[in-house]
Design a binder for this molecule. Structure first.
Ligand code: ZN
Ligand code: ZN
Length: 165
């Protein structure tokens, strides 16, 4: 979506609502395509006392296998984004200002970038996920397996042997 902001720049108090969905299902991340459903984008561009501001709120479902146990898991996330818009900046580039020399704003491009940067690094089915057994591969959330727990400190292994007998 590309917004024409000429009317916003020209009129104090003018506001344009943003409310649409953006398909990001072909976004490749960590070996998968986690954004299976469209990203919801809501916000507005408004002129307050001659200053044009942009506010965006993006919500999406992140769908990928749990990092520990591999179960397909969907989690919902939200990102907010707020910037001033200007047709030109005097002096240095700024992180808080986006320049729109032609008063056209490519909202899709901003959404793609902000959502991508916000994708979770850690994705768990639950904070308490027990993962899977490294020996037999059983999902330990579904119950413990028959394997003996081998991650015992070697120095304690001897003691464990004695206790087991
Ligand atoms: Zn898990
Ligand atoms: Zn096991």
């Amino acid at each position: 979506m590309v917004l024409d902001l000429k009317s916003v720049f020209a009129n104090e108090g003018k506001e344009i609502e943003i409310d649409y969905t953006l398909d990001m299902s072909d976004t490749d991340y960590a070996g998968g395509y986690p954004l299976k459903t469209p990203v919801s984008v809501k916000g507005r561009v408004y002129n307050r006392a001659g200053v044009v501001n942009l506010y965006l709120e993006m919500n999406y479902s992140f769908s990928a296998p749990c990092d520990r146990c591999g179960t397909d898991t969907v989690s919902d996330y939200g990102v907010e984004f707020e910037r001033m818009l200007a047709t030109s900046i005097e002096g240095e580039e700024s992180d808080t200002i986006i320049t729109v020399p032609d008063m056209m704003l490519d909202v899709d491009e901003l959404v793609f970038t902000e959502v991508f940067l916000s994708l979770p690094r850690k994705h768990l089915c639950s904070e308490t996920c027990k993962g899977y057994c490294l020996s037999c591969g059983k999902n330990l959330n579904e119950g413990s397996c028959e394997c003996k727990n081998d991650d015992v400190d070697p120095r304690l292994a001897k003691l464990k042997e004695l206790l087991d007998n």
